[in-house]
Design a protein around this ligand. Structure first.
Ligand code: ZN
Ligand code: ZN
Length: 323
């Protein structure tokens, strides 16, 4: 089958004879239909997590092998595959299972392929009213809805730093519960998209942080972004870190202590809430799609996703490809 594969020796490439996966116990086989390219995919191409194999974790597809009641169902899948028996799993914290593998990120093949296997327990049905282009946003939308589970957004003045994929989704997800929301970014056309959904925006050049925000979401993925967050949040406020970045050594953390700032790391979130938000039309997502490629041009899709002018890049598996 066709798959977009990465390893350190050969880099990223399209492989047309990648072995078809076979679902093990508790797994289902999925014919992938649409894939979203994520910053994490781009980080993997730079060696993040030492990952080798089929990349990709944001997708929508159809079950082609599994329990009868799931066959032909359109589904999305949570990405953490946990052991189910350790202390954290039994406490309902499977996303933190020390034995976990993560689809297309750690220890198991991902979804930039015609076929993929995922645990049955990770599946969520996609309601008929959602298009594939909406459903492919469930995973990243869930990740930003996680913020509302970790910090109390109601009545808060929130600033989101970064106008890329995660920043855009974060601003849209926190808009309703928050008292005010300001998205700060570098790209006029990206800020305009957010403004069209009713979000206040500002170019970082004009932004004068005054330590007044209750909550700052850092979706810049850079050390400078984190430093700006510390200058934006009020004393005893909260900074939510939404993207992983290799912190520069020598970064000054004194403000965290002096201003008693809470730092909250935030990763994967509730799929059920994300599906409901899309169903209710509470969050607009399809306007974030900048371009799309077919799977045979998946490498070009990755290149487009790395281009700062683009927001979301989608990959379509050519119909009639797989089973
Ligand atoms: Zn992702
Ligand atoms: Zn476990």
């Amino acid at each position: 089958m066709k798959a977009i594969v990465f390893d350190n020796d050969n880099g990223v490439r399209l492989q047309t004879d990648y072995p078809r996966p076979t679902p093990g116990p508790g797994q289902v086989l999925i014919a992938v239909e649409t894939i979203g390219v994520c910053k994490t995919d781009l980080e993997i191409l730079k060696g993040y997590m030492g990952f080798v194999g089929v990349i990709g974790h944001e997708f929508v597809g159809r079950v082609v092998d599994g329990p009868d009641e799931w066959i032909s169902r359109r589904v999305v899948s949570e990405i953490n595959c946990n052991c189910g028996i350790c202390e954290l799993c039994r406490a309902g914290l499977g996303n933190h299972c020390p034995e976990r593998s993560v689809i297309g990120i750690a220890g198991r093949d991902g979804v930039m392929a015609e076929l993929a296997t995922v645990p049955l327990a990770n599946l969520h049905r996609v309601p008929d009213c959602l298009s594939n282009d909406q459903a492919v946003f469930v995973e990243p939308l869930a990740a930003v809805l996680r913020i509302g589970q970790q910090v109390d957004l109601s009545g808060a003045d929130v600033v989101v730093l970064g106008d890329g994929r995660l920043g855009q989704l974060s601003a849209r997800a926190v808009k309703t519960p928050a008292a005010s929301i300001l998205l700060v970014g570098k790209h006029a056309h990206k800020l305009k998209l957010a403004a069209l959904t009713g979000i206040d925006t500002m170019n970082v050049e004009e932004f004068a942080p005054d330590r007044s925000a209750d909550i700052v979401v850092d979706a810049t993925g850079s050390a400078e972004g984190f430093e700006l967050a510390l200058r934006t949040v009020r004393p005893m406020g909260t900074v939510v870190l939404k993207s992983t970045f290799a912190a520069e050594s020598g970064m000054n953390l004194a403000p965290v202590v002096i201003d008693e700032i809470s730092i909250v790391g935030s990763r994967c979130g509730p799929f059920g809430l994300a599906i409901r938000a899309l169903e209710e039309g509470a969050v607009e997502v399809t306007d974030l799609i900048s371009d799309r490629f077919d799977l045979s041009h998946g490498v070009e899709a990755l290149r487009a996703a790395a281009d700062g002018r683009n927001i979301k890049i989608l990959i379509d598996v050519e119909p009639g490809a797989s089973p």
